[in-house]
Design a binder for this molecule. Structure first.
Ligand SMILES: *Cc1c(COP(=O)(O)O)cnc(C)c1O
Ligand SMILES: [Zn+2]
Length: 413
């Protein structure tokens, strides 16, 4: 580990039983047979010397937080410019309309005052501007970088589309061979891009769980490294950078509510982890946001478990949805997702495809942006929660638009 990058990573820890694992070798999930829970990267925040001021002078990618990311040697960072996406006020809600200044608050202006930028406001963070057009880029930039550092030659992933594209792109950049398992019904653009990136594509008759069963078997046979959602610890680290950015871009005062389209839940868990870390750094104080998991009616096991006060979810798959990324019948980290929702005094909403499409049209018309169906689901969920009074008019709300619709077009295929 020659060129030290300043990473404060010390080890990994199981979120359920607390078992500790080395960060100097490849890890997957907890090896304790009756645990198998997800591993969470741990850092020595007491050794941090980075200041908020210094941070503002850094490049506008997620690697600006490199001390709190898992790569030791800077030569191993595989980057395509992911992260530091803008946070944009929505025309359509709250009293933002008259006050919007036209200035994206995502810009590093050096004038962050710690005050909220105008309120009440409803904003979205535009993750569609990431490489390969979704926030999956963050997780896979981190995972592929760490895999490269630990000597991985071939990777494998079951994917609804966006994660496969991101894995293929970062693997191409890293010189690593990627194997992608994708449902046959996935829109064409998702398949085409992975082929351009030189990955091997396997089309599977079934959903992402079926892809996972196959890829799991093949991975064991060929010795490929499996980067499935949360069975690999560092995609979570990439996605947590959304939480760091939200804090930084809002001037270190967090919004009241964050809506997140929940598939495997990596982003939700990651953002929550980021807030805890930022508190350890002493960079944020006070109340954390209420986290809302938004799901598709097609796969809404988290929603049902949350509403029924259960601590784990059951397998739910009612078939195809246009929000591919939300078709996860049983998230591996369901218990952790539900814990975050409860800890944050959050909520859950389930949305059907016709509401998603209608929202997508409305957003395009009013906001000039073609959101991924997963993101568009949040628009509908926001309306439900604000109409019911669960979100008050004076609250600051952030919708995470996780991708863009272009790869899904046309929606009838
Ligand atoms: C994968 C994906 C999601 C779900 O993300 P998780 O981290 O699995 O919860 C949401 N939106 C888009 C566009 C996705 O690709
Ligand atoms: Zn464990």
């Amino acid at each position: 580990m020659s060129k030290n990058n300043g990473s404060l990573l010390t080890h990994l820890e199981c979120v359920a039983c607390g078992a500790e694992y080395s960060a100097e070798e490849l890890q997957t999930v907890c090896r304790n047979e009756d645990c198998k829970s997800i591993l969470s990267a741990q850092y020595d925040f007491t050794a941090n010397t980075l200041t908020k001021e210094e941070l503002q002078r850094r490049p506008a990618t997620m690697w600006r937080y490199r001390e709190f990311l898992p790569v030791y040697d800077s030569e191993n960072i595989v980057t395509l410019g992911e992260g530091f996406t803008p946070i944009i006020p929505l025309n359509s809600f709250g009293k933002a309309t008259g006050e919007a200044t036209g200035k994206a608050i995502g810009e590093v202006t050096g004038e962050a005052t710690g005050k909220r930028i105008g309120q009440p406001h409803v904003f979205y963070k535009d993750e569609s501007l990431n490489p390969t057009c979704s926030f999956k880029a963050r997780g896979l930039s981190a995972a592929v970088s760490k895999a490269k550092e630990l000597g991985v030659r071939e990777t494998v992933i079951p994917t609804a589309g966006n994660a496969g594209g991101a894995l293929a792109a970062y693997s191409a950049k890293a010189g690593i061979k990627a194997h992608i398992y994708m449902p046959k019904q996935t829109p064409n653009a998702f398949k085409t891009e992975v082929l351009f990136f030189g990955a091997e594509l396997r089309e599977v008759n079934g959903n992402i769980s079926d892809c996972g069963k196959l890829s799991n078997t093949e991975a064991a046979v060929h010795g490929w490294f499996d980067v499935s959602t949360l069975k690999e610890p560092y995609r979570l680290e990439g996605k947590k950078t959304m939480g760091y950015e939200i804090a930084e871009q809002f001037g270190w005062v967090l919004p009241d509510v964050i809506l997140y389209p929940t598939g495997g839940g990596t982003g939700l868990i990651g953002i929550w982890k980021a807030f805890r870390e930022l508190e350890q750094l002493g960079w944020i104080h006070g109340k954390r946001p209420r986290m809302v998991a938004v799901q598709s009616d097609s796969c809404n096991g988290i929603h049902l478990a949350f509403q029924n006060n259960e601590s784990s979810s059951t397998f739910k798959d009612k078939g195809i949805t246009i929000a591919n990324g939300l078709r996860v019948p049983k998230p591996y980290a369901d218990k952790v997702i539900l814990k975050v929702l409860r800890e944050s005094q959050g909520n859950s909403v389930s949305v059907n495809d016709s509401a998603i499409l209608e929202s997508l049209r409305e957003i395009a018309l009013r906001e000039g942006s073609l959101w991924a169906p997963e993101g568009a689901a949040l628009w509908h969920a926001f309306k439900i929660l604000s109409q019911s009074g669960w979100i008050a008019d004076n609250e600051t709300v952030l919708l995470l638009n996780t991708g863009n619709a272009y790869k899904y077009l046309p929606f009838d295929s």
